[in-house]
Design a protein around this ligand. Structure first.
Ligand SMILES: Cc1cc2nc3c(=O)[nH]c(=O)nc-3n(C[C@H](O)[C@H](O)[C@H](O)COP(=O)(O)O)c2cc1C
Length: 299
C-alpha cells in the first residue's frame, strides 16, 4: 500500500488502484493550517528531505473534497490523522470513523503541544495516553504510526499495543537537515525535516524487527522500500504488510511492479502466499538469545 503523503488520487493514471492493499491518504489535521515554510523538499544521496507539515483546510473540507475521491474504488481506504493534543486526536479520529473508511492510521509522529512539541511517539507515556484516548473514541481498526526518532522503540510499540492499537506502522521519516554550502542557508524553510527513501531502509528494517519482537499485533513496514526484494526483507524482519513512499515519486507505477515481483518471489521459492515469510529471518539461536538479552537491557 502507499505511505501517507506520498500518494494522491492522480496515481490512478499510473496504477490499477484495485491491485493495492489499501489507499492510504495524506494525513489530515482537524485545525486549518498552511503547512511549513518553503522550500519544503530537498534531494539527498539515496533519498529526500521533506518538511511539508500537514497543510489542512479542516475535517469538513477533507470529508467533502478529499475523502470522497478515494472511497469510490473497491480498495479499502485508510485515513491518516495528525493532531496537536491528545483530546484533539481522539475527537478527530471519532469524526472520521465513517462507514466508508476501513482503517484509521494515527500518525503520532507529529508534534504534541502538551509536551513542548515533542512527537507523541517519542515516549511510551505520551504514546499510551494518545492511543488510549483514540481507542476510546473509535471502534474502527486503529493503526498507529511510530517515529524512527524514538530511542526505545520496543517500549513505544508495547505502549501502543497495550493502549489498544490493532497494528503498528513502522515508520515515519528520520529527522535530518541539509545546508547549501554556498549560501550557508538551510535547504529547507523549516531548517530540519524528515529523511526518506533508500537512505533510511536499514534503519526502518531494524525498527520493524524490534517491533516484531516486542508486540503481538501486526507490524506494517515502511521506509526506503522500492522493490519486491526490499518488501520481502521487511516481511522476513516481521512485517505483515508494507507501505511505499518516496519510491513512487521516482516511478509512479512502482507499487504494481512490487506486487508482481512478490508473485514471482512466491513462485520461485515455492510459497503459497507471501504471508508465509513474515518474521522468518533466520537467526543463529545463540546470537538470537544474546541479542534478545541485549535488547531487553537497552529497552
Ligand atoms: C513528501 C512526503 C510527505 C509525507 N507526508 C506524510 C504524512 O502526511 N503523514 C505521515 O504519516 N507520513 C508522511 N510522510 C512519511 C511517509 O509516509 C513514510 O513514512 C516515509 O516517507 C518513509 O517511507 P519511504 O522511505 O518509503 O518514503 C511523508 C513523506 C514524504 C516524503
Amino acid at each position: 500500500m502507499p505511505a501517507s503523503g506520498c500518494f494522491a488520487i492522480e496515481y490512478q493514471e499510473a496504477l490499477d488502484l484495485r491491485r493495492l492493499g489499501a489507499l492510504v491518504i495524506k494525513s489530515v489535521s482537524p485545525q486549518s493550517r498552511a503547512g511549513n515554510p518553503t522550500p519544503r523538499v530537498a534531494e539527498t544521496h539515496a533519498g529526500m528531505l521533506n518538511s511539508i507539515g500537514i497543510p489542512s483546510q479542516g475535517l469538513d473540507h477533507y470529508r467533502r473534497e478529499i475523502l470522497a475521491a478515494y472511497t469510490c474504488f473497491e480498495t479499502p481506504v485508510v485515513v491518516s490523522i495528525s493532531a496537536e493534543t491528545t483530546n484533539e486526536f481522539a475527537a478527530a479520529c471519532a469524526e472520521v470513523s465513517l462507514p466508508e473508511v476501513a482503517v484509521i492510521e494515527a500518525n503520532i509522529s507529529c508534534p504534541n503541544l502538551e509536551a513542548d512539541g515533542m512527537a507523541f511517539a517519542m515516549s511510551p507515556d505520551t504514546t499510551f495516553r494518545a492511543v488510549s484516548a483514540i481507542r476510546a473514541a473509535t471502534r474502527h481498526p486503529l493503526w498507529v504510526k511510530l517515529t524512527p526518532n524514538a530511542s526505545n522503540i520496543a517500549a513505544v510499540a508495547q505502549a501502543a499495543e497495550l493502549a489498544g492499537a490493532d497494528a503498528i506502522v513502522m515508520g515515519n521519516t528520520v529527522l535530518g537537515m541539509a545546508i547549501d554550502a554556498r549560501t550557508r542557508k538551510p535547504k529547507l524553510g523549516n531548517v530540519m525535516g524528515g529523511l526518506s527513501g533508500p537512505a533510511i531502509k536499514p534503519i526502518a528494517l531494524r525498527l520493524v524487527h524490534q517491533c516484531f519482537r516486542a508486540v503481538r499485533i501486526p507490524v506494517i513496514g515502511c521506509g526506503g522500500i522500492s522493490s519486491a526484494e526490499d518488501a520481502v526483507e521487511f516481511m522476513l524482519a516481521g512485517a505483515t504488510a508494507v507501505q511505499v513512499g518516496t519510491a513512487s515519486f521516482i516511478d509512479p507505477g512502482v507499487m504494481e511492479k512490487i506486487i508482481a515481483g512478490l508473485d514471482d518471489y512466491c513462485r520461485d521459492m515455492g510459497l503459497q502466499s507471501i504471508a508465509e515469510v513474515t518474521g522468518q529471518v533466520e537467526l543463529d539461536p545463540y546470537l538470537s538469545d544474546r541479542w534478545l538479552r541485549f535488547a531487553q537491557q537497552s529497552g
